[in-house]
Design a protein around this ligand. Structure first.
Ligand code: PEP
Ligand code: MG
Length: 562
């Protein structure tokens, strides 16, 4: 039995058949000419036919799709028929003898640039043109189209890694589980998988060699992938289906066995998520990733657009806390209007709060929009800045919030310097939220997106646990007494959630899907037990031991298959 070991990032046991995500389409060489055996007329016909095939396929897929995925497919289908795109390419073939692949590549580049320069809605269509270009080139090469494969039958998606934009076309009714050869525990594949409730294993080296149609067993808690599963594994998958059904609902009350309240909040990327989170009984929103509302944008969203996006979230949580995070653009979440794609080290570059240094005004306008959206809603709106590194930044941010009329400013603690100086930082703002995804990547100097560094990139690392402990200590220092939450993926790991509570964090914010599992496990321990488990984790010599020792004390995890 062939098997692969990776990092389990979203629990669940499932058996299904593999579909590999096609590789990105490479650029045809500059200056590539038509083969001597091909006439310009024939090449033009081949190109038009390929564009037609792409258009028809996208149209057909859009019929069965819903929501954001449908709009993406419809817009891309329209682009495949764009006369300017095709005419431009045919001209290059006829006048310069350029190969069909190179011609469509160059023509699309100029159309995309022109749209980009027009700004606004048109600028956003430039990504559709580039997507269509890849699809046409794939069709000309006779290789599978890029992106998540279209299928009517369920499959387990195997890929290098997924990008945030892939979420729009990922249908969780068809994709049973995610397995990637790259990515880390805090990668977007992991975040997407947890949000969709799909079992997932990342950093499983070698899975890219599994052929399409192969039956595999995925255990998203153990982090294992097995080819041609045996009867026990098939039975384990069937048993998981029953557990998943019993874990389906959170009762809306995060509390330990002895009555210590730990509100369980949701991480959301917009109104749609917020409605789902409210239906899942989240006790509020601990992280609204505002950059997710505008991921496809080439230009800064207007005041009105922002108000609509934020109000959609506030309206889902009347009377409840909603923590809005200002735009965290950069690194793994680039926003073309704020970030510079050519930076050599984007994770250490101008991202998050730092974009206010290079694009002054955007943050101020966002705060004004948040304040306007908050007006007249019943949500209790808090606001926090990502990537704060110094107390001065925290103070400046608090002043900007006050100017906008926002009375509850806070900061993300996701840079080690912020954890180390939490006491001073919390003297400037009202609360902190630990972003354990970035805190881990920066504490360990390990890119959160890189599979080979997955073992370093876990919040179970003793160094990360100590930074969390320091942050809580800073929050409790004399004169502070400020709440500290966790909104990184650590909060969605039921065993680590218990440790976090033991370390003294006040709230846990996670994807809505994780609420029931975290709530169920939290319910089985007293605060004193959680504190004992935190001591065990802190004393462990390494991340693996910390996790193993804590899990051994929580047999409920195995009972629930978590
Ligand atoms: C984090 O870094 O833990 C976090 C919550 O922010 P993001 O994952 O959006 O960077
Ligand atoms: Mg972060």
């Amino acid at each position: 039995m062939q098997s692969f070991t990776g990092v389990g990032v979203s629990p669940g046991r499932i058996v299904g058949s593999v579909r590999q995500m096609p590789k990105a389409v490479s650029e045809p060489p500059a200056g590539e000419k038509l083969a001597s055996s091909t006439t310009a007329e024939d090449a033009a016909v081949t190109l038009r036919t390929a564009a037609k095939v792409v258009q028809t396929e996208l149209k057909e897929r859009s019929v069965g799709a819903t929501g954001a995925g449908k709009s993406v497919l419809e817009a891309t289908a329209l682009m495949a028929a764009d006369p300017m795109l095709i005419k431009g390419a045919v001209k290059l073939i006829t006048n310069n003898g350029t190969s069909a692949e190179r011609a469509i590549w160059e023509s699309a580049a100029s159309v995309a640039e022109m749209l980009h320069n027009l700004g606004g809605y048109m600028a956003e269509r430039s990504t559709d043109v580039l997507d269509v270009r890849s699809r046409i080139v794939a069709e000309l090469r006779g290789v599978p189209a890029p992106g998540i494969p279209a299928s009517d039958t369920p499959f387990i998606l195997v890929a290098d890694d997924l990008a945030p934009a892939d979420t729009a076309t990922l249908n969780p009714a068809i994709v049973l589980a995610l397995v990637t050869s790259g990515g880390g525990p805090q990668s977007h594949t992991a975040i997407i998988a947890r949000a969709l409730g799909l079992p997932a294993v990342v950093a499983a080296v070698g899975v890219d060699a599994i052929t399409d149609g192969t039956e595999i067993y995925v255990d998203g808690a153990a982090g294992s992938v097995t080819v041609d599963p045996d009867a026990d594994q098939v039975a384990a998958a069937a048993a998981w289906a029953t557990t998943a059904a019993t874990l389906a609902v959170f009762d809306g009350n995060g509390v330990t066995a002895d009555g210590h309240l730990v509100p369980l909040l949701a991480n959301v990327g917009g109104a749609k998520d917020a409605v789902k989170a409210a239906a899942a009984n989240a006790q509020g929103v601990g992280l609204l990733r505002t950059e997710f509302c505008f991921l496809e944008r080439d230009t800064e969203p207007s005041h009105e657009e922002q108000i609509t996006a934020y109000r959609g979230v506030f309206d889902a949580f009347p009377g409840k806390k909603v923590v809005v995070r200002t735009l965290d653009a950069g690194a793994d979440k680039p926003l073309p209007f704020l970030t510079d794609a050519s930076e050599p080290n984007p994770a250490l570059g101008v991202r998050g709060y730092r974009t206010d240094f290079t694009s002054p005004g955007v943050l101020k306008r966002q705060l004004a929009a948040i304040a306007a959206a908050a007006e007249g809603t019943e949500a209790d709106v808090w606001v926090m800045a990502p990537m704060i590194s110094t107390a001065d930044e925290a103070g400046d941010f608090a002043a900007m919030c006050a100017e906008a009329g926002l009375t509850n400013p806070g900061v993300m603690v996701e840079v080690p310097s912020a954890a180390l100086t939490a006491e001073t930082i919390l003297g400037k703002v009202n609360f902190a939220s630990l972003g354990t995804n970035d805190l881990t990547q920066y504490a360990m100097a390990a890119d959160r997106q890189l599979g080979p560094l997955a073992a370093l990139n876990t919040p179970w690392q003793p160094a990360v646990l100590r930074l969390i402990q320091l942050t809580v200590a800073g929050s409790l220092a004399e004169g502070n007494q400020k709440p500290v939450g966790v909104c990184g993926e650590a909060a969605a790991d039921p065993a680590l959630a218990v440790v976090l509570v033991g370390l003294g964090v006040n709230t846990l914010s996670m994807t809505a899907r994780a609420l029931s599992a975290v709530g169920a496990v939290l319910n089985t321990v007293t605060l004193a037990e959680a504190q004992r488990l935190a001591t065990i984790a802190l004393a462990a010599p390494n991340a693996l031991e910390a996790r193993a020792q804590v899990r051994a004390e929580l047999p409920v995890l195995d009972e629930l298959g978590l």
